[in-house]
Design a protein around this ligand. Structure first.
Ligand code: BES
Ligand code: ZN
Length: 948
């Protein structure tokens, strides 16, 4: 069976497209789905294999990770010894864009803290020409011997004798490659206006790639100051974290030497350089910081939106954090090849083009709001991450969770047109819960043992769950108290490092509460609770009995009996927007009395959906709320939360699809995009299951959906109406796309007509309905539409359109066309590696596509590993998940698992690195299967009774 995509934050936001437009039609959305180990426990048709290669649950299965049978002894990761630390680096690099190489000379001031005869630094893929030691300034340098551990990337430098604690200098001469793997110091390629191929060089050092550019103490704890000097061809622009202090001709007069001011004390992963033919636009913040947006030639105007916003953002954060941005400048640069969405290098923030550049008439509203979010996210890191840095990657959430929260705070306060908090619920809260409902989740504070696991934890737990937990805490303490605590934390640890406990202490100081006790359950345990609520009336009071247990998407038991301290808020029918009562649930089960509630009045928990938990009501309590959902008297955030909870409970088997359809039907008057999104997601599960049952069932399910969506579709039409808010066009696209997927012919015809009119008459398609339109064309018009989309992709100069055409084409139901697309994208390399994951994105919409994508992945895994730079690459891991997660039966789950155990192109270390992503995908596949089994007969009855 086809399945939806895991909402495993596999797609960072800036890459994200409105996923519901792409893949939901015949797929389950995995967002709410879940867990594999449980299935094994209850013996749910897990075929018995005697094969030694079968994935076993070993001891690490405690953490929900899959490992293959007889795993090789785990490689033991080592941190750098603490006997020495760097205080200052002088780094001189001379990159050559023609030869894809650079020469380097660096001097590192090192303080030896304990007597030693060996110093260790990180270095990787560098040809080290010499290492020398200077013990007293002015003395001659002594050449030293080295050894190298290529597993740990550690260069051990043998000192001439045991050195007592003192300050010394290490001098390195080396040569490196400007690689094409989007990490370290790398090259990026683009075509200039004459169509000739050009290169620029840029960096991506987080988490462990500064060592690819120069030898360094490449761990976040080692903060030092940096003097950077770049020698480049005279016609090129050279940028680094700081402002230029001198520009002089090189000794041979052919190049120029650009020297930058000394940075503040900072971690190595935040150093950055960029070299190329760049152009820029600039402005100044009110506080006097010089802001620039850099692009390759011809694109600088598209930076205007981000430039204005980023200047405003720096001023806003200056005030909110009460610490001024300490650098004289901040550049934002759009890099054509970029593995992530963006990177917060201090003073030189790098972005993929689509995450920074906006064309007002062409960029969709969602994409524009994502640009706003990503700009605000990276700038928040200038405080959360750069000024105060986590001690170790275990506390990665300290920067990612807070930058993620602050981006919404900024955009919410400064760009009200986006109604961004509505989107928060789907994109953050629901996405975090989607992943955290899996048994193969991990705690926010995650043990990082092997650096090869690092990329894998930049996921929906570290981002979306952390973000949601921050929002919950902010509501619980109140914004002023929360802000006060953050200010205390930032001031206390500025230019230094911190752990989670430090943050809790600052918030405790600000609030007078024991924040550690409240919060450690949320960051140290994986998962989150679902509250079961029942009620009784007692005079004028309502007595609630609330029981918590871990929400696991497969509905099974929690092996750990986890408990949380859950901040509960209550609202009631007579004042739906107010918080009527607050409680803190600490025990497994507690009773709470809400005073002054009339008999019959509804009572709802989690007002405003601010908590990171789900609620399961008794039938009676749920039924009482339905009229106010229908009339929209209940606030939108609550409607979303309620419906999203129900949709998630579908997979647990505790809510049936029939019950969900009943609630969805009472939402006929719903007018908010995000709520429709939650309804739509549940309906896509109905379609996904029906499709697996029979042609007849699928047909009836489609009819039911047409019946449910038709009136709304007719009311909305296709054209923008004057005075609408930003959500209306998105809603229109969502509803019409769903009708088209349900086979509603007039809707399909209308979309196709819009596309034809666009191509033939130049009639614009509204950016917010463009992806929906392309998708219908790809699914309904065969080769003809496919060729047109391909042509559009080739001729448009705009990345969002390129990407949307590609996603649409990947939904083609015709195998030869899909084969053509994959060959074009992967083998002929017509699609940048950073974007190739989009080729997988739409394939889950047909059986053929899912099968094709999986087979393609299996056959080309070696090339993928090579292209993306290994198993730790997040691009590789996303492809892996996309290639499997739409499957929906046990056979596929086993096949998927077995493939990775048997694959000769993977090493044991790779398998270790991939254990969690594989485990999550297998779990998702089993959840799809489970959903189908739980609902087969229910769907049959539902469709029979629906008078279609
Ligand atoms: N620090 C990250 C970039 C990063 C991610 C580096 C993973 C190394 C590994 C950056 O701040 C970030 O979070 N970028 C996000 C975008 C953001 C708006 C959520 C990304 O690239 O997905
Ligand atoms: Zn970040």
């Amino acid at each position: 069976m086809m399945l939806g995509r895991l909402a495993i934050r596999q797609i960072p936001r800036y890459y994200k497209v409105s996923s519901r437009l792409i893949n939901n039609s015949h797929q389950l959305s995995l967002r709410n789905v879940p867990a594999i180990r449980r299935l094994a426990l209850v013996g749910l048709r897990r075929p018995f294999h005697s094969s030694a290669n079968l994935l076993h649950r070993t001891a690490s299965a405690e953490h929900g990770m899959a490992t293959c049978g007889n795993p090789a002894p785990a490689f033991k990761f080592e941190r750098l010894p603490t006997n020495a630390e760097p205080t200052h680096y002088d780094v001189r690099l001379s990159p050559c864009l023609n030869q894809f190489s650079f020469e380097g000379l660096s001097t590192v001031d090192v303080t030896i803290k304990e007597a030693t005869d060996v110093l260790k630094v990180h270095a990787q893929s560098l040809l080290i020409q010499s290492v020398s030691l200077i013990t007293n300034p002015g003395d001659a340098a002594k050449k030293l011997d080295t050894t190298y551990d290529d597993k740990l990337n550690i260069l051990s430098i043998k000192l001439p004798s045991v050195l007592q604690p003192q300050k010394v200098q290490l001098v390195f001469k080396f040569i490196g490659e400007l690689n094409d793997k989007m990490r370290g110091f790398y090259r990026s390629q683009y075509k200039d206006k004459d169509g000739s191929e050009k290169f620029l060089a840029s960096t991506q050092f987080e988490s462990t790639y500064a060592r690819l550019a120069f030898p360094c103490f490449d761990e976040p704890i080692y903060k030092a100051t940096f003097d950077v000097t770049l020698e480049v061809d005279s016609h090129l622009t050279a940028l680094s974290n700081m402002n230029v202090i001198s520009e002089t001709p090189s000794t041979d007069g052919k190049r120029k030497v650009v020297k930058f001011a000394t940075t503040p004390k900072m971690s190595s992963y935040l150093v950055a350089f960029a070299v190329g033919e760049l152009e820029y636009i600039s402005t100044k913040t009110n506080s006097g910081v010089e802001m620039r947006v850099y692009t390759v030639p011809g694109k600088k105007e598209q930076g205007q939106y981000s430039l204005d916003l980023s200047a405003k953002c720096i001023d806003w954060y200056n005030e909110w954090f009460d610490i001024p941005y300490p650098l004289p400048k901040c550049d934002l640069i759009a890099i054509p090849d970029f593995s992530m969405g963006a990177m917060e290098n201090w003073g030189l923030v790098t972005y993929r083009e689509i995450a920074l550049l906006v064309d007002p008439g062409v960029t969709s509203t969602r994409q524009k709001s994502r640009v706003a979010l990503v700009v605000a996210h990276e700038l928040a890191h200038l405080w959360f991450g750069n000024l105060v840095t986590m001690k170790w990657w275990t506390d990665l959430w300290l920067k990612e969770g807070f930058a993620s929260f602050m981006e919404y705070m900024f955009v919410g306060a400064n760009c009200p047109e986006f109604k961004i908090w509505l989107h928060f619920l789907n994109d953050e809260l629901a996405s975090g819960m989607g992943l955290d409902g899996l048994r193969n989740s991990h705690p926010i504070e995650v043990e990082i043992d092997n650096p090869n696991e690092l990329d894998e934890i930049y996921d929906s737990i570290t981002y979306a769950k952390s973000n949601s937990v921050n929002r919950m805490l902010c509501y619980y303490l109140s914004e002023p108290v929360f802000q006060k605590g953050l200010r205390i934390y930032l001031k206390k640890f500025q230019y230094s490092n911190a752990v989670t406990q430090d943050l809790w202490s600052a918030l405790s100081e600000a609030s007078g509460q024991n924040v550690n006790e409240l919060m450690s359950g949320w960051t140290q345990q994986m998962g989150f609770p679902v509250l079961n609520v029942t009620q009784r009336q007692d005079g004028n009071n309502r007595v609630l009995t609330v029981e918590q247990r871990r929400f696991i998407s497969d509905g099974g038991e929690d092996p750990k009996n986890s408990l949380w301290q859950v901040p509960i808020t209550v609202s009631v029918g007579s004042a739906p927007s107010d918080v009527k009562a607050r409680f803190l649930l600490k025990e497994k089960q507690q009773e709470f009395v809400v005073e002054g509630v009339a008999p019959g009045e509804w009572v709802k928990l989690n007002s405003g959906t601010t908590g990171f938990y789900r609620v399961e009501y008794s039938d009676e309590m749920l039924t009482a709320m339905l009229p106010d959902i229908a009339s929209r008297k209940m606030p939108v955030l609550d409607r979303f939360g309620l419906i999203n909870d129900l949709s998630a409970l579908l997979n647990t088997g505790r809510v049936s699809i029939a019950q969900f359809v009943q609630v969805a039907a009472s939402s006929a008057n719903e007018d908010e995009y995000v709520v429709w999104g939650a309804i739509d997601e549940g309906m896509s599960k109905l379609l996904a299951c029906s499709r697996e049952m029979s042609e007849e069932t699928l047909k009836s399910a489609k009819q039911l959906i047409v019946k449910m969506f038709e009136k709304t579709g007719a009311d909305l039409g296709f054209a923008e109406q004057s005075g609408e808010d930003s959500q209306k066009m998105m809603l229109r696209a969502l509803v019409q796309a769903r009708l088209a997927r349900a086979g509603h012919q007039p809707t399909i015809d209308k979309f196709n007509q819009m596309f034809t009119d666009f191509l033939e008459k130049g009639t614009p398609i509204h950016p917010d309905i463009r992806l929906a339109t392309f998708g219908v064309v790809a699914r309904s018009t065969g080769k003809e539409g496919f060729d047109k989309l391909m042509n559009l992709r080739e001729t448009t100069a705009f990345q969002e359109i390129e990407r949307q055409a590609m996603i649409a084409m990947s939904q083609t139901p015709e195998q030869p066309l899909l084969a053509q697309l994959f060959e074009y994208g992967f083998e002929k390399n017509k699609v940048r590696p950073q974007d190739q994951l989009y080729l997988f994105l739409g394939t889950g919409s047909t059986h053929m596509g899912q099968q094709y994508a999986w087979q393609y992945f299996c056959e080309h895994i070696k090339e993928f590993l090579e292209k993306y730079g290994g198993a730790n690459s997040s691009l590789f891991q996303r492809c892996l998940k996309f290639a499997g997660e739409s499957f929906g039966n046990e056979k596929r789950a086993v096949e998927f698992q077995d493939f990775f155990c048997n694959c000769k192109d993977l090493t044991d270390t790779d398998r270790q690195t991939l254990a969690r992503p594989i485990g999550q995908t297998v779990e998702a596949i089993r959840l799809n299967a489970r959903l189908l089994e739980a609902n087969r007969s229910i769907i049959e009855n539902l469709l029979k009774q629906s008078n279609l």
